[in-house]
Design a protein around this ligand. Structure first.
Ligand SMILES: [Ca+2]
Ligand SMILES: [Ca+2]
Length: 411
């Protein structure tokens, strides 16, 4: 028995009582205004309200006032002798932490029409965010002062369900760029919740490797590599993975989008150019001139390729002069087969110029040591007459040999 009691105590020590939150889950609070009192040319009635924000953050609120018959009363209030009026009924206003906003208006006497008197009011928490306020007021007439009691005189806490407000890209978007960074915007600031479930981007059955970040009310998902063209991706945010205070996503949230079609390119714009359009930093001999890299003869081994002179690899280059400015966006390259393709370029830059002197880098890349037709694409910075491939280094320090090159514009 003693043992059992001990066990019971142990359980009791670790059982935390469930705290039932008394927060409201709607963003509207109605209240009555005791306005059924004397009002005439000789009986003025004052209406006064004050609202204090108890939240550590600024809150956005609207005060609506309703006349007998239901229409809204939206007149700007009056302020004098310490009675302030900062709220315009019917219009949203921001209230900083612990700040108080007021409304005052007079009916009857020399002031507003008695028929305009509001008999009820409504406080609205805007933007779907949680708020915490306290509010009160009074009606003063010839028969005395009657309090306006809002939320039974207690603090009004609003804790709205956590929901997704919007996504970028939007659900069912098409032509989404393949480098898109995905943002999911919630109605309030969020934190990571149940980490045993995975927030994912999937394409068919494949999960896209991504990084995740939370900033205020935004969840950002960034794929670690570009997405594929013309594919549909689905973002899955399982229930419970994102929370805000005591609230969390109640059900799985998913949305899908489709990436843009792959770009199309022109034919090889170096075709048909005269031999004189091609030049290089050097040539191994008269048999290995730069035009040989543009003669549409591939898979060369010792012939039909451009080769730099012996011992020139670093910063050697091969250049095309077009008859007019081109926006080259794609390069196809094949290394020469000599010495197991080790004479091919390794790190390289594509550069462009309009004066043949000042060069702008368009692309930096690394070619592989093999005989494939290697394609490289980029977004050009403009249109240029001169385009060159600058060899930063090669796999073989002796010289560099290129079997064939092609240059295309995007269409
Ligand atoms: Ca060739
Ligand atoms: Ca060609």
């Amino acid at each position: 028995m003693k043992k059992l009691l001990g066990l019971f105590l142990l359980i009791a020590m670790f059982t935390i009582p469930t705290v039932v939150s008394a927060a409201s889950t709607t963003n509207e609070l109605n209240f009555s205004i005791p306005m059924n009192t004397f009002c005439s040319g000789s009986n003025q009635v004052d209406l006064s309200l004050n609202i204090t924000n108890l939240n550590p953050d600024a809150s956005n609120l609207t005060l609506n006032l309703y006349k007998k018959g239901g229409s809204q009363f939206n007149s700007v209030g009056s302020a004098y002798d310490g009675i302030d009026s900062t709220i315009t009924p019917g219009s949203a206003f921001n209230l900083n932490a612990n700040d108080t906003a007021e409304y005052h208006f007079s009916f009857g006497g020399q002031s507003g029409l008695c028929t305009d008197r509001p008999f009820s009011g409504k406080l609205i928490a805007n933007n779907g965010a949680d708020i915490s306020i306290v509010a009160s007021g009074f009606v003063r007439s010839s028969s005395g002062v009657a309090p306006i009691i809002i939320n039974a005189g207690k603090q009004w806490d609003v804790e709205l369900p956590l929901v997704v407000v919007s996504t970028d890209p939007a659900n069912s978007s098409i032509s989404v760029p393949v480098n898109k960074i995905i943002n999911i915007i919630f109605n309030k600031n969020i934190q990571l919740g149940d980490i045993t479930k995975q927030i994912q981007i999937v394409q068919g059955s494949d999960v896209v490797a991504s990084t995740f970040a939370i900033n205020s009310n935004v969840l950002t998902i960034q794929p670690t590599q570009n997405l594929l063209n013309s594919q549909t991706y689905t973002v899955i945010i399982p229930a419970g993975t994102i929370v805000s205070g005591n609230t969390s996503l109640k059900s799985d949230y998913t949305f899908s989008f489709t990436t843009t079609a792959p770009p199309s390119y022109s034919t090889d714009l170096t075709d048909g150019l005269p031999t004189s359009a091609f030049s290089a930093s050097s040539s191994y001999s008269a048999s290995f001139t730069p035009d040989k890299a543009f003669n549409n003869l591939w898979n060369s081994n010792g012939t039909n390729n451009w080769s730099s002179q012996n011992s020139e690899v670093l910063n050697s280059w091969i250049k095309v002069e077009f008859s007019s400015a081109k926006s080259i966006a794609k390069l196809i390259y094949q290394a020469d087969a000599y010495a197991g393709y080790s004479v091919g370029m390794k790190n390289f830059r594509v550069e462009a110029s309009n004066d043949n002197t000042t060069w702008t880098t368009q692309y930096e890349g690394t070619a592989l040591q093999n005989g494939t037709h290697q394609a490289f694409t980029w977004t050009p910075t403009g249109s240029y007459k001169y385009w060159r491939v600058l060899i930063v280094d090669a796999y073989n320090p002796q010289f560099v040999q290129i079997s064939e090159l092609e240059m295309m514009e995007q269409q």
